[in-house]
Design a protein around this ligand. Structure first.
Ligand code: ADP
Ligand code: ZN
Ligand code: ZN
Length: 826
């Protein structure tokens, strides 16, 4: 970009690197506006960064220069920049990583990494290194790391790349990016209108094809794609040229916005009249649209109470006032029904930020929002950063869902950021759920949030009757009656459940079966020596996948062939224990021979639109039994589902985590909520060995308030959120000793300083630990953690920031990760 000869100035640039500071560069002329992307030299590389402000006054000599200014207009809007600053500050993350998380990848990950083999392969490679090297061995040209990672499907390959690079087996280079590509198409457009018939006769005379082409364009709204005219309608290029020569049409390249939903039919919006509860909720929130600083709303509505329609009506009113909206859904591929409802009501106003979009499609959706062509952004977590002006509403649907928390730095909680973003715009924030998070429920009780209730299902449907099947009693009865051989249900589906399913199948109704664990068997154990096959990178047992005949780590995706003998003693007496969805599927197929069964879990939904295909089949009645993990508990609305069976409610209830009970309650309540949504009514059967557990009892009784009150009491001693706030600090290293020592070191460092971080009147910051993390080893790294705990967010933030910025990690391969407001401590 050429600039007139003004004196050079200093500019402050944030880079997407794990370094807690910004960098000062020299730039020609006045500094570009904050939010503008620049290409800058960094170490021996070049990087894309964002201008975040003019540099402080000071000498320019000696500063490196910005190589290029990449935007004419800032890509980051002021609002989003403000939100990112807040996020970086609160979650103690570098501003550059916050910005990267907020933007489409094509704008931020502009450096593209390529690798190629650079030397012979030695014999001593580790298995993962070997797989990677062998994938490269067959290629002449360097391979893009991103593509390679995707095709290998073994998780992040950066550790292996680094170690191969250090050994000079591999060459690595970064290619600076081209501009994000924009797709074009050649369009023929009418340039002059012809009024009278006489005029046409005169112009076209005997050139019948020209006239036909012209009139076809008229009939298609004045424009069509050139290829369509030529290929679909058989006009010659000459005809078009002659029309051009007569000044009747123009041919030009126009930008196309890639929209994968364009081809999807939009159902007509249902014409419902709001129920009285829905109307009260809509009116209250719509009134808040006119307030300067409306408080956030908690929309607590039982499953099937019609929360989506409430959002829709609120959006309609916001749009009518010329405002825009963001709708967050937990995982967009799991919620096709919710998404299609928004598209049905608002059509082309909606940009769907689907996780299955290519980088280009995502960038296009972002540009449409930026340009004001679409005024509603619907998407998961990151839709929160949609570049919308004049925001009126931010909806967080199923606000309790754990997927709102980002698991990598910056580890933000989208629900909390939604509240912040709405506040900055004076927009109405709505958090909706049948089973609100304890935090939101607490905020509603203390008056921070305004609570609106939808206590009934719409259309007179009742909440399903929930019954417990006590697995201990079942087991005893089986033993007493001495039934040996394989009974129907194989001892996994109780007779009660089998009978209930039979009944539904006879009535041509649908059944959902939930088991929150995938694979066939949770672990493989040797009967001789008791050894369990574990992941070589994690302290996790490997899950047996029968169809693939492999053992898989569900954390790092390490895989190995299923063993035929014990890895430690060689015995062939192996037992495959702990139930997974794959096994339940097999049992269901055997038990219900004529039923059409679909399984939905991570293993059956790897394709881009796989979820939608499975759920589409259920919707069309082509599936009798839908079986799956927690995936099938989220927001689905199928009126013919009259039975939900939970195969084992105990999975997860004993996890060493303070949210284990809450998770169990939410999961049971949500999956139960899939039953009986239509006129047919519905039942739920929960198989459990813990019928007395309060999470199970509350789910059986549809008693959210009872559960929440009990859970709140449970978290009083030792104190956990919402009574206090937490920061989980994890120190990790490939060396077990080093991780432990670093954790001790960090704890000692903190103990000396904790008193200083709290200001007068602040609640003190307490330190808990250090101790090994419940998952002691992950991705090949040993993990120790310590917890910071306080009622004062300021003091807690200060302690975390000082630790991140000032504590010097010992030399070696050590990492410190901070997780503020963690969703789990595993
Ligand atoms: P929730 O998200 O609260 O579980 P949904 O928004 O999925 O509930 O609504 C449940 C069902 O009720 C949907 O099929 C929806 O179309 C229907 N519905 C919602 N509001 C009304 C209404 N006022 N009248 C009739 N049907 C409604
Ligand atoms: Zn693993
Ligand atoms: Zn053994």
């Amino acid at each position: 970009m050429s600039r007139t000869a003004q004196p050079d100035t200093r500019v402050e640039v944030a880079l997407p690197l794990p370094i807690h500071r910004t960098f000062t560069y020299r730039v020609e002329g006045a500094p570009p506006a904050p939010g503008t992307r620049v290409l800058v030299p960094f170490r021996r590389d070049q990087r894309i960064g964002w201008v975040v402000g003019p540099g402080e006054a000071g000498p320019i000599r000696g500063l490196k220069s910005v190589r290029d200014v990449l935007d004419d207009e800032p890509t980051v809007t002021r609002d989003v920049l403000g939100l990112c600053r807040w996020m970086a500050e609160y979650y103690v993350a570098p501003l550059g990583t916050a910005l990267r998380a907020a933007l489409p990848a094509v704008l931020s990950d502009l450096s593209r990494d390529y690798v190629a083999l650079d030397g012979p392969l030695p014999d001593d490679l580790k298995p993962r290194e070997r797989r990677l090297a062998e994938a490269l061995a067959g290629r002449d040209a360097p391979q893009r790391v991103k593509t390679l990672t995707r095709s290998l499907g073994m998780g992040s390959i950066w550790p292996e790349l680094r170690s191969l690079k250090e050994r000079r087996i591999l060459a690595h280079r970064t290619v600076p990016p081209a501009e994000p590509s924009v797709k074009k198409r050649r369009v023929v457009r009418l340039a002059r209108e012809l009024g009278t018939l006489a005029e046409r006769e005169e112009l076209f005379g005997r050139a019948g094809r020209q006239r036909e082409a012209y009139e076809l364009l008229e009939a298609s709204g004045g424009a069509t794609e050139l290829v369509q005219l030529l290929e679909d309608h058989g006009f010659s290029r000459g005809v078009v040229s002659q029309l051009q020569a007569k000044g009747l049409v123009e041919v030009a390249d126009e930008e196309v916005l890639r929209d994968p939903f364009a081809g999807e039919p939009v159902p007509a919006p249902p014409r419902h009249t709001l129920t009285s509860h829905q109307r009260v909720a809509v009116d209250a929130m719509a009134a808040a649209l006119d307030e300067k600083a409306p408080p956030p709303f908690l929309l607590q509505g039982v499953t099937g109470s019609g929360k989506t329609l409430v959002y829709v009506e609120l959006l309609r009113r916001a749009l009518a006032r010329g405002r825009t909206a963001i709708v967050l859904v937990p995982e967009i591929s799991l919620t096709p029904q919710t998404v299609s409802r928004f598209r049905a009501h608002f059509g082309d106003e909606v940009a769907v930020l689907h996780s299955g979009l290519s980088d280009g499609e995502r960038y296009d959706a972002w540009r449409q929002l930026r340009g004001g062509e679409r005024r509603i952004a619907v998407g998961a977590r990151s839709a929160l950063f949609a570049p919308l002006e004049n925001l009126g509403v931010v909806v967080v649907d199923e606000e309790h869902d754990a997927s709102y928390k980002q698991s990598e730095a910056p580890r933000y909680q989208a629900r909390d950021l939604a509240v912040m973003r709405a506040r900055a715009h004076g927009a109405v924030c709505v958090l909706g759920s049948a089973t609100p998070s304890l935090e939101s429920w607490h905020n509603a009780r203390t008056g921070k949030f305004r609570r609106l209730l939808l206590p009934e299902r719409v259309g007179g449907a009742r909440l399903p009757a929930v019954r417990v099947v006590d697995l201990r009693v079942e087991r005893k009865q089986r033993a007493e009656t001495g039934v040996r051989g394989p009974a129907r249900g194989a001892g996994v589906l109780s007779p009660t459940l089998v009978e209930a399913v039979d009944t539904r199948l006879r009535r041509k109704e649908q059944v959902i079966l939930l088991l929150n664990r995938r694979g066939y068997a949770a672990f493989v154990q040797c009967r001789e020596c008791g050894d369990v096959e574990r992941c070589e990178n994690c302290s996790i047992s490997l899950t047996y996948h029968r169809v693939a005949q492999r053992l898989v780590c569900h954390h790092c995706r390490y895989e190995q062939p299923a063993p035929t003998r014990c890895g430690s003693c060689g015995s062939q007496d192996l037992s495959f224990r702990g139930l997974g969805t794959e096994q339940v599927e097999r049992i269901a197929v055997e038990t219900f021979a004529n039923a059409r069964i679909a399984r939905m879990d991570v293993d059956t939904t790897s394709g881009k639109w796989a979820h939608q295909r499975i759920l589409g089949r259920v919707e069309r009645g082509e599936v009798d039994i839908l079986l799956g993990t927690q995936m099938i508990a989220k927001g689905l609305d199928f009126p013919r589902v009259t039975l939900v069976g939970v195969v084992n409610a105990d999975v997860g209830i004993h996890l060493p985590d303070f949210r284990a009970s809450e998770r169990t309650f939410q999961l049971l309540s949500q999956v139960a909520g899939r039953a009986g949504r239509g006129a047919l009514g519905g039942d739920v059967l929960i198989q459990t060995s813990l019928p007395e557990h309060y999470a199970v009892r509350a789910a059986v009784a549809h008693d959210f308030e009872g559960f929440a009150a009990r859970e709140l009491a449970e978290r009083e001693g030792p104190r956990y959120p919402p009574w206090v706030r937490l920061v989980n600090v994890v120190l990790s290293s490939p060396d077990q000793e080093a991780a432990a020592r670093a954790a001790e070191g960090a704890a000692a460092w903190l103990r000396q300083r904790l008193a200083r971080f709290a200001r007068r009147g602040d609640d003190p910051v307490e330190l808990v630990g250090p101790a090994p993390s419940p998952i002691e080893r992950l991705h090949g790294r040993w993990r120790w953690h310590l917890l910071l705990r306080s009622r004062s967010p300021g003091a807690l933030g200060e302690a975390a920031r000082r630790l991140a910025e000032d504590f010097a990690l010992p030399a070696g391969d050590l990492r410190l990760a901070l997780d503020r407001d963690p969703v789990a401590l595993l």
